[in-house]
Design a protein around this ligand. Structure first.
Ligand SMILES: *Cc1c(COP(=O)(O)O)cnc(C)c1O
Length: 393
């Protein structure tokens, strides 16, 4: 590894988180581990392997390409693609034993166009039907739209493995809208059962819903954020979730600036006093966006604030005192008794923890923290085959 900016990932923590989550679920509920967006920035194959070791039943990704990458990497668990794919890609998906999300009859009409009528006995296309109960993103919305889907779902080559929806406000303290969505989903499940379509898995809960309301677990839960240790900052999880990623860099330059000097582009910061300033080689092209301006990092176990505009490759911090080039800078994680958490940063950017880890670009090397000397996928092309003394996150 040449670059002095890196993320440490501990797959053992993903395993621990999933096992802890599993422990809160009613017996028999299946666990779908969501590894989209490169495993929320932790590495997709690595997250998938951790999920397998934790006993996950299913994986989910957002797009066909993500699913194909997992299959090419040797992942054999069932994989649900959460976003509808084009009908002309269905054959490729089926050949890789992928499960598709379907939302409307028009998709099936397109799928069947110019093809012989499906016959029993051949390979089946596995689908999960998605209902929009209030998120307003994807899914059928009305009873009429469901009724139009039924004949297509009843075809002999279609396997309706699931029926699901997704909540808009599962991470909010106020549960009124969540309840409204859950009631709407219950109505649609009734409609589905009455139509005679045999569905294997009804599911509606992502991390927050599953952990807050085990009654919403139904047949399966879709766990993304929580498997990486994330939880809505204003709520307390029922189990301990540990972050699996920490982010570090190294002081590149240290200087004393005089009161009134400008730092960074557009003179956006002017020093209030004589100050020690450090330059850190991480910027928005690494995924550390302008929104991190004003956030803290750790140096020598103490907090230091990001000052001035963050540039593409570097940022400046106001140091608590003289430090040396080469000192470790921790942007997420622990140094001594101090800690910068995802929750703190999520509040700072008025966003979610997963926005921070998924934003980290390929320029940030991922290395395996390997806290417990377990299941570290050193054979993985993703992690740098380079041992560095692991930092406890
Ligand atoms: C991303 C996603 C999830 C995972 O949600 P988390 O809150 O990260 O657990 C579940 N379901 C759908 C449909 C998603 O798109």
């Amino acid at each position: 590894m040449l670059r002095e900016t890196w993320a440490e990932i501990d797959p053992g923590r993903i395993v621990d988180n999933l096992r802890a989550i599993r422990g809160t679920l009613p017996a028999g509920v299946k666990l779908m581990a969501v590894v989209k967006a490169n495993g929320y920035g932790h590495g997709d194959l690595e997250a998938a392997e951790a999920a397998r070791q934790a006993g996950a039943d299913y994986l989910a990704v957002a797009f066909l390409e993500e699913a194909l990458r997992l299959r090419a990497g040797g992942v054999t668990l069932p994989i649900l693609i959460l976003t509808p794919i084009r009908p002309d890609q269905a054959e490729l998906a089926a050949s890789q034993e992928l499960t598709l999300t379907v939302t409307d009859a028009a998709w099936f009409r397109e799928l069947r166009k110019g093809r012989p009528a499906p016959a029993p006995g051949g390979r089946k296309l596995r689908v999960h039907v998605k209902a929009d109960t209030g998120l307003g993103r994807i899914g059928f919305r009305t009873e009429a739209e469901w009724d139009a889907l039924v004949p297509w779902l009843a075809a002999p080559d279609i396997d309706v493995d699931g029926f699901y929806t997704h909540f808009a406000t599962a991470g909010q303290a106020d549960t009124a809208y969540l309840e409204r969505q859950a009631c709407r989903f219950a109505e649609l499940m009734e409609r589905c059962k009455a139509s005679g379509i045999a569905v294997r898995h009804y599911h509606c809960a992502g991390s927050a819903a599953a952990l807050r309301f085990p009654g919403l677990a139904l047949d399966m839960v879709r766990i993304g954020a929580a498997m990486y240790g994330y939880y809505p900052p204003q709520l307390t999880p029922p189990v301990q979730l540990k972050p699996a990623l920490s982010l570090h860099s190294t002081l590149m330059q240290v200087k004393r600036v005089r009161r009134g000097e400008y730092l960074g582009y557009d003179n956006a910061y002017r020093s209030d006093a004589d100050e020690w300033i450090g330059t850190v080689p991480i910027g928005y092209a690494d995924g550390w966006s302008q929104r991190m301006r004003g956030a803290d990092v750790l140096v020598r176990g103490r907090r230091a604030q990001v000052v001035g505009k963050i540039s593409m490759d570097q940022l400046m911090i106001r140091l608590p005192g003289p430090c040396a080039p080469g000192d470790r800078v921790t942007l997420i994680g622990r140094q001594g008794g101090e800690r910068i958490t995802f929750a703190e940063l999520a509040v700072h950017i008025d966003g979610a923890a997963q926005e921070i880890s998924t934003a980290l670009t390929d320029r940030v090397h991922r290395i395996c923290a390997n806290e417990k000397e377990v299941q570290c996928p050193w054979s993985s092309p993703y992690f740098q085959p380079h041992r560095r003394e692991a930092t406890v996150i």
